[in-house]
Design a binder for this molecule. Structure first.
Ligand SMILES: C[S@@+](CC[C@H](N)C(=O)[O-])C[C@H]1O[C@@H](n2cnc3c(N)ncnc32)[C@H](O)[C@@H]1O
Length: 254
């Protein structure tokens, strides 16, 4: 499933067949008692956690270990402060931020991913108190802010992730003067096998609209779709289209 040599942190695709497996697993796990709404919701969240833990347990390394191109480009010029990395996976972005001088909170639904991220940080000589690794299912809980940078790179899931609500909550934790950076794929890679054409990849304009930011409190800095280098599964180089949205909070509402 993961590409053999991805060139950016999250080039490993979530395929249509993963999505089907996830739904089938959830259906199989359902019992009559679980039809109550709360049990159903809890089961959904457990399925989501199990999916991501299984992905990370299946391989010693899922992503490349390199920070995302867009993070380096967009956060490289910012003054370090408190950063939050949402869906931090194996920690490459959080580690890069810590090495740049940020005090980082790295959040993921998968305990396996977080344990691995913590080991990678230690291997890279990052002080233990520089990154606070927190397990949250962002559908149900969120780390306490405020933050000077909130970064969400490829916060996609083939299962059940209320992404727009999570991103609105993320915006609410940005301190005045701080930045929210949302980077996502703009479509399936050309080499995707049997891609699900019903999947909609939101444009940066759609992400911006969904954030519902009060105009007088926020400044739009970047809203773009672009191609970047990405490794194909056979290790040769291709490209992928991604989206970046970057907004700065000017002030909080009065
Ligand atoms: C496509 S990966 C991207 C990982 C990393 N940001 C990167 O760029 O390499 C999506 C990440 O989001 C995490 N994730 C998915 N759903 C989540 C949720 N509900 N709460 C917290 N993390 C979640 C997954 O475990 C996974 O590590």
């Amino acid at each position: 499933m993961p590409e053999t040599s991805p060139t950016t942190a999250s080039d490993s695709p979530i395929t249509a067949s993963d999505s089907v497996t996830l739904k089938a697993d959830a259906a199989e796990a359902r019992t009559p008692e679980a039809d109550a709404p709360e049990a159903d919701a809890a089961e959904k969240r457990a399925t989501e956690t199990a999916f991501w833990d299984a992905l990370y347990n299946d391989s010693d390394r899922v992503w490349s270990g390199l920070p995302n191109h867009a993070l380096v480009r967009e956060a490289g010029g910012l003054t370090p402060g408190r950063a939050l990395d949402l869906g931090c996976g194996e920690g490459a972005d959080a580690i890069w931020l810590a090495l740049e001088g940020w005090q980082v909170t790295g959040v993921d639904i998968s305990r396996t991913a977080l344990d691995r991220a913590e080991r990678h940080a230690a291997d890279k000589g990052v002080d233990g108190d520089r990154i606070d690794w927190q397990r949250h299912d962002l559908a149900t809980s969120f780390p306490a802010g405020p933050f000077d940078l909130v970064s969400a790179h490829f916060l996609h899931s083939p299962g059940d992730l209320p992404r727009e609500a999570v991103l609105r909550r993320a915006a609410a934790t940005v301190a005045p003067g701080g930045v929210l950076l949302v980077v996502g794929h703009a479509g399936w890679p050309a080499w995707a096998v049997d891609p699900d054409h019903d999947v909609h990849f939101p444009t940066p304009q759609e992400v911006f609209a969904a954030l519902e930011l009060p105009e007088e409190e926020w400044e739009l800095l970047v809203s773009e779709t672009y191609e970047r280098p990405a490794a194909r599964p056979d290790g040769t180089m291709g490209t992928r289209r991604d989206n970046t949205l970057k907004v700065r909070r000017l002030r909080t509402g009065g």
